[in-house]
Design a protein around this ligand. Structure first.
Ligand SMILES: C[S@@+](CC[C@H](N)C(=O)[O-])C[C@H]1O[C@@H](n2cnc3c(N)ncnc32)[C@H](O)[C@@H]1O
Length: 204
C-alpha cells in the first residue's frame, strides 16, 4: 500500500516524482533562489557543531546543507526513491530508509528538523507514534523544529490538515514542550495563518 506522500506525489507529479523533486530545487538554486531557509533557521536555534537529524529528509536538500554548516547529520525517510536521490547527491552522508512512526536509530540528536510538510504527510493515525519516536531521538535540552501548512493552500495535493493543537499535544506526550512559533522560515511573526514553523524543546 502506498503512503500518503507517495500517493500525492504520484497524483500530482507522476512516476519519477523523486527525481523531479530534486531537480526542482537544483534549478531554483541555479537560478539564485534561496533554498536553504530551513537549515539556516534551524542553525539559529542550535548552532553547529552538533548532532542533527533530518526527519522526512526526502531528497536530502536540508541534511546536505546542515552537513555543510558543520553538523553531524543523519537523514531518515520512508520513501526509498527519495532517499536514493539524496544518496546520489551526497553518497558520504548517513541516509536511512525508515518510518518515523517506528524508527529507532539508537541515538539522540541536539537538533531535529521535520520540514517540508512531513507532519501532515504522515499516514493517518500515526502522528502520536511519530512524535513519540521523534521525542525519543531528541537529546535532553535539544530542539525539534518543524514547518507545515495549516490550510489547503499550503499543502500538496489533497493532503489533509493536521491542526497545530493536535501536533502540540502529540509532541507534549512525547516530552517535547512547545516553544516559539513563526509564520515563515525567516522568522516572521506567527499570525494564525496558513503556515507554521514551530519549535519544541525536549524536557527531561
Ligand atoms: C514534501 S517531502 C519533504 C522532504 C524534505 N523534508 C524537504 O523539505 O525537502 C515530505 C517527505 O516526508 C516523508 N515522509 C512522510 N511520512 C513519513 C514517515 N512516516 N516516515 C518517514 N518519512 C516520511 C516523505 O516520504 C517525503 O519524502
Amino acid at each position: 500500500m502506498s503512503t500518503r506522500w507517495e500517493q500525492i506525489a504520484l497524483d500530482t507529479v507522476g512516476e519519477g516524482y523523486a527525481a523531479a523533486y530534486a531537480e526542482r530545487f537544483r534549478r531554483l538554486a541555479e537560478d539564485g533562489a534561496e533554498v536553504h531557509g530551513e537549515a539556516t533557521f534551524a542553525a539559529s536555534l542550535v548552532p553547529p557543531p552538533a548532532r542533527a537529524l533530518d526527519a522526512g529528509c526526502g531528497t536530502g536538500r536540508i541534511a546536505v546543507r546542515l552537513h555543510e554548516l558543520g553538523y553531524d547529520v543523519v537523514g531518515v525517510d520512508l520513501d526509498a526513491s527519495m532517499v536514493a536521490e539524496a544518496r546520489a547527491a551526497a553518497p558520504d552522508l548517513d541516509w536511512r530508509v525508515a518510518d518515523l512512526a517506528t524508527f529507532d536509530l539508537g541515538a539522540v540528536f541536539d537538533l531535529v528538523v521535520v520540514a517540508g510538510n512531513t507532519i501532515p504527510l504522515l499516514d493517518e493515525g500515526t502522528l502520536a507514534a511519530a512524535c513519540d519516536r521523534l521525542g525519543a531521538h531528541t537529546a535532553r535540552g535539544g530542539v525539534l523544529v518543524t514547518g507545515f501548512g495549516l490550510d489547503a493552500a499550503h499543502l500538496p495535493g489533497d493532503c489533509p490538515v493536521t491542526p497545530l493543537p493536535e501536533v502540540d499535544a502529540a509532541m507534549a506526550a512525547a516530552g517535547l514542550a512547545a516553544g516559539e512559533r513563526h509564520a515563515t522560515w525567516t522568522g516572521d511573526r506567527f499570525d494564525d495563518g496558513g503556515y507554521v514553523v514551530a519549535t519544541y524543546r525536549r524536557v527531561p
